[in-house]
Design a binder for this molecule. Structure first.
Ligand code: ADP
Length: 440
């Protein structure tokens, strides 16, 4: 049962003792002596337990209190309870702190706490990774000594933290970090830092994209405007020149139309990256159909096309995207190879995969262009001024369409010898029924 110390209880015990000693003394004829003796015993007894308590406080390593009797047992008991309460509270606080630390570690952002002087108090693991901090060595070091970028030092000294600041990671790994400083308890500050490399890259790509589209549309529009101004005064133009102007306007319109269609296709391919249909695609038939559709162009460009196709070779994927891949690679080969060139198309099973290859004996591509060919709007400089009508979007479409199928475009080209574009996809059947085609 719980016992409690109360002043009333202490006074009652003391008074009863006093009455007992006084009464006994009175009976035996020594009331004063007995009262004095009682008081002396009380002083010694209290002194003993006080000393015992003091010894426990200062010298004992044990957490449990020593044994006591009488009123001291209640006092010891009370002390024990207070100690137990503090211990439980400390344990709860430690658990809370641990939970806070775990939460701070699982934050997707880097977090640091600094004091009013700018000295580091705490940081999570991500902060150590993003900002190259060494923990616990950097504890107490000024933040401006840890992040030495001049723009950050200026920002920190201005003490205006309404806007975030973006800087390159001090680790030198080209990571772009956005830092935000917020006042924290009393005179402390919480610094949150996040990796914005990807976001900034996307922003730059978006700006470049808008600039490219505007530029690509502006060129044909300027050409068309020039011709239309000339056509406004037809008497100034010979009939032959008029026909020439009209055909140029038509050509530029077709170019713009092709570009808009390719842009729409690219946006469709990119936006539906997640849900690529998994339909069986017999790519051999697609190649046959494309060759028939392009027969007139093949003839006018005077190129020789041959193909070695496994007509039963089937893959899983999106018929629309795979059609776009083959269409762009084939039209490029026809467009860029030049008169008299030979184009060879192969669609065969190879090492358990369905393998596509289109090889031409055209002019080839200089090595410095190869890495950038699949970038949007990238064209080999010579083609920019030529009449090929290209937009620089074809190979970007091919790249994204293949990526949606977890495949990759391989480009192999030697200047003066020709180019080879290839990719592989997982095949879903192995029955082979092959056909060889010759087209001129
Ligand atoms: P475009 O619409 O201009 O054809 P692409 O993205 O399809 O754009 O191609 C990018 C560049 O790659 C073209 O400008 C061209 O210089 C080069 N290229 C593509 N295919 C071939 C090829 N078979 N032979 C030579 N150059 C090629």
């Amino acid at each position: 049962m719980d016992r409690y110390y109360t002043p009333l209880k202490a006074i009652t015990v003391f008074t009863l003792g006093l009455l007992f000693a006084g009464g006994l003394g009175w009976l035996l004829g020594y009331p004063q002596e007995f009262l004095l003796l009682y008081l002396a015993v009380l002083v010694v007894w209290n002194g003993y337990y006080l000393l015992k308590l003091s010894h426990w406080f200062w010298n004992s390593k044990s957490t449990s209190l020593p044994q006591a009797s009488g009123i001291w047992s209640d006092i010891y008991d009370g002390l024990y309870r207070t100690q137990k309460r503090h211990y439980t509270r400390r344990k709860k606080l430690a658990a809370l702190l641990q939970r806070f630390r775990q939460a701070a570690e699982s934050l997707p952002d880097a977090g640091l706490v600094i004091d009013g002087e700018g000295q580091l108090i705490w940081s999570n693991k991500l902060a150590q990774q993003y900002l190259g901090l060494k923990w616990p060595m950097d504890k107490g070091v000024k933040i401006t000594h840890l992040i030495r970028s001049p723009s950050f030092i200026k920002y920190f000294q201005q003490q205006n933290f309404d806007e975030a600041i973006t800087l390159y990671s001090p680790t030198g790994d080209k990571r772009e970090i956005e830092l935000r400083i917020m006042p924290y308890v009393d005179t402390q500050y919480l610094i949150l830092a996040r990796d914005v490399t990807h976001i900034r890259k996307l922003e730059r790509m978006r700006k470049e994209f808008v600039a490219n589209v505007s530029h690509e549309l502006k060129t044909p529009l300027t050409v068309m405007q020039g011709y239309l101004e000339l056509l406004e005064e037809p008497e100034g133009l010979a009939p032959q020149q008029q026909t020439q102007a009209l055909s140029e306007v038509t050509r530029q319109t077709q170019r713009m139309q092709a570009m808009v269609e390719q842009l729409l296709m690219l946006s469709r391919i990119e936006s539906k990256h997640q849900d690529v249909p998994q339909e069986p695609v017999v790519l051999g038939s697609t190649i046959h159909n494309l060759l028939s559709e392009l027969a007139l162009v093949i003839e006018s460009e005077q190129v020789h096309v041959s193909a070695h196709i496994d007509e039963t070779l089937t893959v899983l994927g999106s018929p629309e995207r795979l059609h776009a891949v083959v269409h762009n690679l084939l039209t490029n080969a026809i467009k860029y190879s030049g008169e008299g060139a030979r184009i060879y198309i192969e669609w065969q099973a190879q090492e358990g995969q369905a393998h596509f290859r289109i090889q031409d004996t055209g002019p080839g591509i200089a090595p410095e262009h190869l890495a950038r060919l699949t970038e949007r709007f990238y064209r080999v400089a010579a083609d920019r001024n030529s009449r090929s009508g290209g937009t620089g979007l074809g190979l970007a479409i091919v790249k994204h369409a293949l990526e949606a199928h977890h495949s990759q475009l391989h480009i192999d080209s030697t200047e003066g010898e020709g180019s080879c574009f290839s990719f592989s996809l997982p095949k879903i059947n192995s029955d082979c029924h092959k056909s060889d085609i010759q087209a001129t």
